[in-house]
Design a protein around this ligand. Structure first.
Ligand SMILES: Cc1cc2nc3c(=O)[nH]c(=O)nc-3n(C[C@H](O)[C@H](O)[C@H](O)COP(=O)(O)O)c2cc1C
Length: 186
């Protein structure tokens, strides 16, 4: 199979005055520059699924978009040493459409740059049979990393980190796309 891999870029922060779109905008540029993927931006602020997990709202559309992806990049902040609550609702809404795919992280926050959030998410995605990529991009003190126009200040350092992560993501996503010719064992 040689068609381009599809990646869903998940923007996990949905709060008022969120910084997430600035980080996600840069990640999107990097993904497009990398050239290994066709990108679908899945901004969770535009996704409306119920906390009751009853299948209403955008549930079917969300499942279709996750199901269409070969890989994921989750852009996540850290709130009180954890990941955003609404992201968990979205993850639990979808279930089997995640399985047998690869996922990388870009995190941001204060001194730890969202790393604690990512460590927790690795556990969650393992339960869903998602392979999480070892390399990640971490923005500590994120407010100082971007200028007022949303441009990255020390671009080269982070561009290298993003490329490394995307290279691993392509390898795993391609291998797993091939493997999914046989249904993922539940
Ligand atoms: C409720 C709340 C809790 C936070 N807790 C942490 C934290 O534990 N660690 C950290 O590094 N930053 C923490 N922050 C700072 C966030 O990482 C920072 O505000 C970031 O911009 C949040 O992403 P967002 O603006 O896209 O929502 C917290 C922010 C909020 C609003």
């Amino acid at each position: 199979m040689s068609s381009q891999l599809k990646v869903a870029l998940v923007v996990a922060s949905v709060r008022e005055q969120r910084f997430g779109p600035v980080v996600a905008g840069w990640v999107r540029e990097q993904l497009e520059a990398h050239g290994g993927f066709e990108v679908d931006v899945l901004d969770l602020v535009d996704v409306h699924v119920p906390v009751t997990l009853d299948g209403s709202g955008d549930t079917e559309a969300l499942r279709a978009r996750i199901g269409a992806a070969d890989a994921f990049v989750v852009v996540t902040p850290e709130y009180n040493h954890g990941y955003p609550g609404y992201l968990k609702i979205v993850v639990d809404t979808v279930l089997e459409e995640w399985a047998g795919k690869a996922l990388g992280f870009v995190s941001y926050g204060g001194s730890a740059g969202g790393s604690r959030s990512v460590e927790q998410l690795r556990q969650v995605f393992t339960e869903l049979q998602v392979h999480t990529i070892r390399r990640q991009v971490v923005f500590s003190g994120v407010w100082d990393r971007f200028d007022d126009e949303g441009r990255l200040v020390e671009g080269a350092r982070y561009e290298g980190a993003a490329k490394s992560m995307f290279d691993q993501l392509v390898w795993w996503a391609a291998a797993l796309r091939e493997a999914r010719r046989t249904p993922v064992v539940a």
